[in-house]
Design a protein around this ligand. Structure first.
Ligand SMILES: [Zn+2]
Length: 127
């Protein structure tokens, strides 16, 4: 039995894209990770899929390298701004939009458990 809540806690996660790009992304917390992330090589917004459970390794004291992508906790303010961007593209201004922003913020943030991506040494990634 693991001491962590999630099997991907503090793991080096292996992702692969059909274009050939492979990437190891470190999960710096005991939290869930997305099944797909954008591919930096071909530009496909969801191109990179989690690839190989058996290759993932739990390395709690891992130190990510500059430029390496890292799964981190989603700040509440960022969840709200992502939710606002989505809602503004779908619903006209008004109560319905504000309700959707509230719903989406909760869904993205998940009380701080929602995954975000940063680039070590460069700040938050565009998602
Ligand atoms: Zn790709």
């Amino acid at each position: 039995m693991s001491e962590y809540k999630h099997k991907e806690a503090f793991a080096l996660m292996h992702y692969a894209c059909p274009c050939g790009h492979r990437e190891v992304i470190w999960n710096e917390r005991d939290g869930v990770t997305p099944f797909t992330v954008g591919c930096p090589s071909c530009g496909d917004g969801v191109g990179l899929a989690h690839h190989s459970l058996w290759l993932d390794r739990c390395v709690p004291d891992y130190k990510p390298h500059p430029g390496q992508r890292v799964f981190c906790a989603m700040p509440a303010a960022r969840a709200e701004s992502l939710a606002r961007k989505i809602a503004e593209s779908r619903v006209r201004p008004g109560k319905e939009r504000e309700d959707l922003i509230g719903y989406l913020t909760d869904d993205i943030w998940r009380n701080g458990e929602g995954p975000d991506i940063r680039i070590e040494g460069y700040g938050m990634a565009e998602i």
